[in-house]
Structures are given as structure tokens and as C-alpha cells.
Design a protein around this ligand. Structure first.
Ligand code: SAH
Ligand code: SF4
Ligand code: F3S
Length: 483
């Protein structure tokens, strides 16, 4: 994607360049030598598989990792029976960690059959010392371990592994310079995530993200806009601006910029058709942002606004810095200003000390706001966070029973809400052909709901008007209208 990197013109034998992206380009060239030898011996290119376990930011990192691997000469594949498997891990809840250990067991069995296979681990889970310790002791077949701050170094680390023959571990506590000028292999040709900031400073008391992603760092607006322009030139029509708390974007820049200001500039980019973003923290959501969304032609009418709990008492202990009334008032303000908006949320059940009354407050907010959809999570104890040390942890059965009640309510409301546009014509970005039904395609509406309708495969990547004929619970069946 980025022309300034050209491993073909890089001298493989000379000294190491000081500038970081040139240095990495140098290692890509060296790894290419290895890939070339591999091809000569095996009469095929080496294969690589990058497996993503986490959020959109994790997925975007996987695209960067895939870009580097592609440049080295790997053929990328979905399945894990590859010459190099890289697990890009997540540690936000314990089940994410357990999934990784499960997959490591599986991939170990593949490695027994193909001892030359390389296995790498990276991402958020690797920023935890206890995890590294466990892998060193019980998963010694792993070849490569790195964290969240140095993914751009993949080629250098791989080269080190190839030449040293032993496990390479490189974890940084904090992010240094942001290196963005490396190749990226996008999963979709027509849409892309764009990082606008890294890390998080909020320290919600249950959350491990600030510890594994480091302090909040915003990218400069010119760089972000330049990246979007470049993506548009390559055929992207929809971007998703990514950050843990996009509403605090720009506050720590030399020349501070607001998130709403950045959105206005992105809106002006010709050829860009849709803008999404996530995640918004309720405490920082400005009136300016609501106004910009209301006036915009391109910003999708969708706001993901994590509630976490409806109890003001619990919200305080969670360190969320808003209370029930403020959240309700904000949701109302948004729905009044932008009636078509889809409001979605995240909710945690079973936070330490949560009483039946606290939980009822959450149910009450869900009934009042009527979220278009909601992700519900059982509280998961994360070592090192303040909430993990709290004594009044909730028994699993109690939390599970509440979770089931909440899920039932959320789903019932979501079903009612998702049918509200039946009969209308809305635009959809066609994302894929329908795998189960020939002659059908699947599109995503601005409000993030999917619609299935008859259409040709050539429509993929296009934004088209679709009449929503029938709601099927969480998606629509539709018909394309004349453009
Ligand atoms: N930055 C985003 C959230 C990132 S993590 C925000 O502040 O909204 C995504 C979601 O995972 C969170 O919204 C929260 O609902 C959930 N989550 C985070 N830590 C958790 C934990 N320890 N247990 C259960 N759910 C958790
Ligand atoms: Fe975690 Fe809170 Fe930061 Fe979101 S805002 S990533 S929940 S600490
Ligand atoms: Fe998981 Fe890291 Fe994202 S912990 S949710 S992958 S920031």
C-alpha cells in the first residue's frame, strides 16, 4: 500500500538503517531471501495464517501483520495448517484467553506433523507477564512472542527467530514512536478501519485495556486524513475510525483538535461515502459531535455508547464518570436530535458488589433507552485491575441468572427496534454474496443492520438504495431500487 517502502531496492547485506520504517523494510528484504530459499526447496511459497481474537483495533493490527507477511513472500490463508501461524490475542475477558490456549493445543498437534512450522503469539494478552511466564513453561513450542506496541517489527523478529533457532520474545511496556508506514493487507477492498488513536487513559476499574495498550496517544489529523485519502484512491468507500475512546481524540496533540473537528474534515474527502467510528465514551460525548452527526451526509446514523451498568452506585465504583441520569439524558438528547439513529451498547453483569437493585437499574435503563442492540458480558476478573481485588465478587450462578434475564430483554427490544424501518428505502453497502442463497447479496445499512436482497455479485463494494420489505428479527429482506 505504501510506496515509500520498497524491499526490492533495499540492500540486504549492508548495515542497518536507523530510521525505523527503512530498518523494517531491510528486514522484510532479508526475510524475502529466506522465503525464496523456501520456495526453491518446496516448489511453493511458504504459507501464513493470521488469526484475530479481539476487537476492531486488534483486527486492524492483523491487517498490518498480514501486509508485512505478504511483502515477505508468504501466501496468506485462513486455515491454521500453514508454515507460519500468528495468533493476535485479546485479554479483555478470560474466555478470550482460554480460546487462545485451546488453539495452541490444536496447533501443537499440527506442528508435530510439520516440525518446521512456526508459531507466533502477539497482541494484548502478551502484554501480561503471567501469560509470558506460562507460555515459556508450558508452551515451549511457540517460536515468536511480541506485544501490542511493536507489531511493525514482525519482519525483524521473524528474521531473528530464523537465524537464532530459538524462541524470540519482545515485549515493550509502552508505545514508542507510532510507525505507520508499513504495508497493510486489507481484508475488504471497499471498507477499512483507520486508527485515530492508541491506548486508553480511563482506567475503568474492571478493564485491562489501559494496561495492555498503554497511554492514550492520538495520531495527527493530517496523517489520518492522508491515510483516508489513500484508501479512497484504492477503492475504499467506508472507513471506521478506531479508538478506545474516540471522543477524547486530539486532546493531547500539540495543536489540540476535537473529534467532531476531525469528522468534519473527513467528511470533506471526495469519494469517501460513509464514515463510522468506535468507541464513544458517554462522559466525553459533546454537543458538537451530535451536531456534526446530524448535519453530516456521510457519518452513519449509528452510535455505540457503552453503558456498562445502569446503577449510579456501580458506575461510580467502575470509574465511568457518569451516572444513570446523565446517561439517560444523553441518550434522549441524541435520539431527539437524530431520530433515525441506532443506539447500541455494552453491558457488564455481575460486577463486584452488584445487588439485585443495582441490576434492576440496568434493566430499567435498557427499557428506557431501547437499544437497537447490545453486547452483554459476564464480568470477568482481570488480574491487576482494581475490581479484581474487590472482596465482594458475585457468585457465578447469581451473575449468570441476571445475565440470562438481561439477554432476554435486550433481544426482545432489539427485535422490535430492528423492524422500525420496514417499508422505507435506505442505502446499503453490499458486502458479500449470500453464501446460502444463490442470486442474493448481503448489504449493511447505515444503522449497521444487514439486509439480504436479490442482486449480482458485481454489486459487492457498491452503495445502493434498497427497499426494506420485511423484518426478520435482526435483519431485513429487501429489494434493490432504481438508482
Ligand atoms: N473502550 C470501550 C470498550 C473496550 S472493551 C469503552 O470504553 O466502551 C469492550 C467491552 O468489553 C467493554 O465495553 C466492556 O463492556 C467489556 N469489558 C471490558 N472489561 C471487561 C471485564 N473485565 N469483564 C467483562 N466485560 C468487560
Ligand atoms: Fe476499558 Fe474503560 Fe478504556 Fe474502554 S474506556 S478501554 S472500558 S478502560
Ligand atoms: Fe481485546 Fe486488546 Fe481489543 S484486550 S478488546 S484486543 S484492545
Amino acid at each position: 500500500m505504501y510506496n515509500e517502502i520498497n524491499p526490492d531496492q533495499t540492500d540486504r547485506t549492508g548495515g542497518l538503517p536507523k530510521e525505523e520504517s527503512s530498518r523494517q523494510s531491510h528486514f522484510i528484504a532479508r526475510c524475502r531471501g529466506w522465503a525464496g530459499d523456501f520456495e526453491k526447496t518446496h516448489h511453493r511459497r511458504p504459507t501464513a495464517s493470521v488469526q484475530t481474537f479481539g476487537c476492531q483495533m486488534n483486527a486492524r493490527d492483523s491487517e498490518k501483520l498480514s501486509g508485512i507477511l505478504e511483502q515477505i513472500g508468504f501466501e496468506l490463508k485462513e486455515e491454521e495448517d500453514a508454515d507460519l501461524v500468528l495468533y493476535n490475542t485479546c485479554t479483555v475477558r478470560d474466555n478470550a484467553n482460554q480460546r487462545v490456549y485451546g488453539r495452541l493445543g490444536y496447533v501443537h498437534s499440527l506442528k508435530k506433523k510439520n516440525p518446521a512450522m512456526l508459531i507466533g503469539l502477539c497482541g494484548c494478552m502478551m502484554q501480561e507477564e503471567s501469560v509470558i511466564e506460562k507460555i515459556r513453561q508450558s508452551y515451549r513450542f511457540v517460536d515468536l512472542i511480541f506485544g501490542t506496541h511493536n507489531i511493525y517489527k514482525l519482519a525483524e523478529l521473524l528474521y531473528e527467530r530464523l537465524t537464532s533457532g530459538s524462541m524470540v520474545v519482545d515485549i515493550w511496556k509502552e508505545g514508542r514512536d507510532i510507525v505507520e508506514t508499513l504495508p497493510t493487507e486489507r481484508k475488504y477492498p471497499y471498507k477499512s478501519g483507520v486508527n485515530i488513536m492508541y491506548g486508553c487513559n480511563n482506567f475503568c476499574s474492571y478493564c485491562i485495556v489501559p494496561y495492555v495498550r498503554g497511554r492514550e496517544r492520538s495520531r495527527r489529523p493530517e496523517e489520518i486524513l492522508e491515510e483516508i485519502r489513500r484508501l479512497v484512491d484504492e477503492g475504499v468507500v467506508e472507513v471506521m475510525l478506531l479508538g478506545q475512546n474516540v471522543n477524547s481524540y486530539g486532546k493531547n496533540l500539540e495543536t489540540p483538535v476535537s473529534f467532531a473537528g476531525l469528522l468534519k474534515e473527513a467528511e470533506a474527502i471526495e469519494g469517501l461515502k460513509r464514515i463510522r467510528f468506535m468507541t464513544s465514551h458517554p462522559k466525553d460525548l459533546s454537543d458538537e459531535l451530535i451536531q456534526v452527526m446530524k448535519d453530516s451526509e456521510k457519518i452513519c446514523p449509528h452510535l455505540h455508547l457503552p453503558l456498562q451498568s445502569g446503577s449510579s452506585r456501580i458506575l461510580k465504583i467502575m470509574n465511568r464518570r457518569y451516572d444513570k441520569e446523565q446517561y439517560l439524558a444523553l441518550a434522549k438528547k441524541i435520539r431527539t436530535a437524530i431520530p433515525d439513529i441506532s443506539l447500541t451498547t455494552d453491558i457488564i453483569v455481575g460486577f463486584p458488589g452488584e445487588t439485585e437493585e443495582d441490576f434492576e437499574e440496568t434493566m430499567d435503563v435498557v427499557r428506557q433507552v431501547r437499544f437497537d442492540s447490545a453486547f452483554t458480558f459476564l464480568y470477568s476478573k482481570r488480574t491487576g485491575t482494581p475490581a479484581a481485588a474487590m472482596e465482594n465478587q458475585i457468585p457465578k450462578e447469581v451473575a449468570q441468572a441476571r445475565f440470562d434475564r438481561l439477554l432476554a430483554l435486550v433481544q426482545q427490544i432489539s427485535k422490535e427496534m430492528s423492524g422500525r424501518d420496514t417499508g422505507r428505502v435506505l442505502t446499503a453497502l453490499v458486502e458479500e454474496t449470500d453464501r446460502q442463497h444463490e442470486g442474493m447479496v448481503t448489504g449493511r445499512l447505515g444503522n449497521n443492520i444487514m439486509v439480504h436482497f436479490p442482486g449480482a455479485p458485481e454489486l459487492v463494494g457498491q452503495i445502493v438504495p434498497v427497499r426494506l420489505l420485511e423484518s426478520r428479527g435482526f435483519y431485513y429482506m429487501g429489494r434493490m431500487e432504481e438508482q
